[in-house]
Design a protein around this ligand. Structure first.
Ligand SMILES: [Zn+2]
Length: 104
């Protein structure tokens, strides 16, 4: 009879982690996911910058939706400070693609 205990090495742990990532996870909900859960999901995948990429302010940053589409496409999301987020959301959107129009 063998004695001792089973040790999970970092390599084995990473293998298990990879096997359950994203769509392979049993609780995966595709794009049909609640607003809060989607924000959590995106937050865990986009690194939080130290400063606001728009105004370089080191204020607390918020996750802003860029296109108005609440999907898991990470290009739809960007961190910015509260002030920039507020002004960004006030911009008129293009009705055909939902993207914010550039105003000179
Ligand atoms: Zn800012």
């Amino acid at each position: 009879m063998t004695q001792g205990h089973y040790v999970r090495t970092a390599e084995i742990k990473e293998k298990y982690r990879q096997a359950k990532l994203g769509s392979k996870h049993p609780l995966w909900k595709s794009d049909d996911v609640s607003y809060v859960q989607l924000h959590k999901w995106v937050r865990s995948r986009i690194p939080l910058p130290i400063i606001c990429p728009k105004c370089c302010n080191p204020n607390k940053l918020q996750l802003a939706n860029i296109t108005g589409k609440y999907t898991r496409d990470l290009d739809n999301w960007q961190y910015m400070c509260r002030r920039c987020h507020f002004h960004f959301d006030k911009q008129p959107r293009n009705p055909t693609n939902g993207k914010f129009e550039v105003i000179d």
